[in-house]
Design a protein around this ligand. Structure first.
Ligand code: FEO
Length: 170
């Protein structure tokens, strides 16, 4: 049985993963309507992954005798200055999510909840991968500069880490 404190912080994470999914959808829409089909494809896949993260928390909470809560979500930012701005925001958001996962890990140690601690290890590794993947993309965006974004947009489909889920359709 989950302790109430742990259940609550896991439900906070349900909200954060759901928001992540919506945020990446909003970014995908910006990219798609500004001519960056590759960037949009990457972000649509990322949005699906965040929904999968949310579902993992929902199922875990329910399995452990708690009750997952579907939250109201704030509206994500829909306008971005350029592609670099999008990925700067993705990285900032992933760093926020990493900190959030780490807070839950710390609480499970305080509460001696080793089952939840174990459940969280997948997320700890996932955040390492996600941050590395986005940093890599951001480096590429900065390298190509404004004039070569056509090629970047075409190549981004190959920049996903192989273990992060289904590949976007070209
Ligand atoms: Fe579910 Fe990208 O963190």
């Amino acid at each position: 049985m989950l302790k109430k404190k742990v259940e609550d912080i896991c439900n906070r994470q349900v909200e954060r993963e759901a928001y992540s999914s919506n945020l990446y959808l909003a970014m995908a829409i910006w990219a798609e309507t500004n001519g960056f089909a590759g960037v949009a494809g990457w972000l649509y896949v990322q949005a699906d992954e965040e929904r999968m993260h949310m579902l993992k928390f929902i199922k875990y909470i329910n399995e452990r005798g708690g009750k997952a809560v579907i939250p109201a979500l704030k509206k994500p930012v829909a306008e971005y200055k350029n592609v670099e701005d999008v990925f700067k925001e993705v990285l900032k958001h992933e760093e926020f999510v990493t900190a959030s996962i780490n807070e839950i890990v710390a609480l499970t140690l305080d509460e001696k909840d080793f089952n939840t601690h174990n459940f969280l290890q997948w997320f700890v590794m996932e955040q390492v991968e996600e941050e590395a993947s986005v940093k890599n993309i951001l480096d590429k965006v900065r390298l190509v500069g404004k004039n070569n974004l056509y090629q970047f947009d075409r190549d981004i489909l190959g920049l996903r880490a192989p273990s992060t889920g289904p590949q976007p359709q070209a």
